[in-house]
Design a binder for this molecule. Sequence first.
Ligand code: FDA
Length: 389
Amino acid sequence: MQVETLILGAGAAGMMCAAHAGPGTLVIDHARAPGEKIRISGGGRCNFTNLDCGPAQFHGTNPHFAKSALARYTHWEFISLISEHGLAWHEKTLGQLFLDDKATGLVDLLRGLMARAGAELRLETALVDLCHDGTHFHATLETQGRREIVTARRLVVATGGKSIPKMGASGLAYDIARQFGHALVPPRPALVPFTFPDGRFASLAGVSLPVRADAGGHGFDEAMLFTHRGLSGPAILQISSFWAEGQPITIDLAPGADLFNLLRTERQTAGRKQIGTALAAHLPARLAQYLADTLHLNGNLADQPDSRLRPLCETLHHWRLTPSGTEGWRTAEVTAGGVATDGISPQSMMSKTVPGLYFIGECVDVTGWLGGYNFQWAWSSAMAAARAL
Ligand code: FDA
């Protein structure tokens, strides 16, 4: 079989690209259904983009790489696309846009657009072998035991990153990149909870509070959640993308408050209050008790001179912790790192060394913050390639 374009992966980027590529496009995926991550994302309502979307919310070895694709296919264009097709949406928080109804509506829309563009979708299909003769790619595909060689002028790699192998994630994009001489930035789990040794926070599991979390020079003001194995919640997921193993993270447990002045004032009016009870006015009660126990805070407020209160409040505003690791690929929302961007054109996403070879979506060394940015990268990078095909 001969096609113009073979797209590997029917996820967000692959479907978007196929929906806008010319005729003669074949999309394959080894999964039973396309767009599985779209379907389950955002609690089933898919946080498909963000109103505050610009290059600043993306990171990678070259922080400028994403600029072109993001500027040439913006979040406004994606919002128009889905609105024109009747998908209703709303802003939840921090510019994050979610669908009003089930995310399967978006998968169906992309599937419909692909069909309208004349793209063929072949599911439960694996790539067995791939070679390039200088002008064409020859891919051996296997669908339910049946093998077929497909020849294509262009190959778009849209098989995503390594996060959540249970959902079909594989390292195929990296293998293909290596095969064609592209460098890789070591893929690592990102937007992922931290783990700590010895079940340190098990007694706090379920406690959530607004914090400012910092790691690797990046800080986020969002919620933090204690889990049986460590820390999670948006603030933690965000900083996990900037954390390096062995490095400490810093948590401000009362961002925006001046705990020292608050406790000092309270000492004058309610000096007989236990220090743990006083803290519970500013922090969740279980956390206040945990801190009182682990920091050995005894006595009432009147017993705490400034020389004791000040370092205590410093600790609460700059709580330094060193995670033992992360929950890894099992739960990571995205993969940071990936196909090195210096080998790809930022305008077309085409390989600079192998004409006709494209990498789009999460497999590329571009990672967005939590909040709809990673889907926007999938839409924008897919459109950059589709327009160049
Ligand atoms: P994606 O992973 O979507 O698609 C890759 C496709 O390739 C899959 O269909 C897969 O089956 C296929 N494939 C992989 N290996 C293959 C192989 N060897 N052979 C054939 N096919 C293969 N982002 C966001 O912006 N807002 C959100 O709300 C969320 N929520 C969210 C929740 C959860 C639980 C996860 C895991 C992730 C998110 N994300 C997110 C991230 C977002 O899902 C992700 O960034 C995009 O889906 C990436 O799109 P891609 O098309 O690049 O990969």
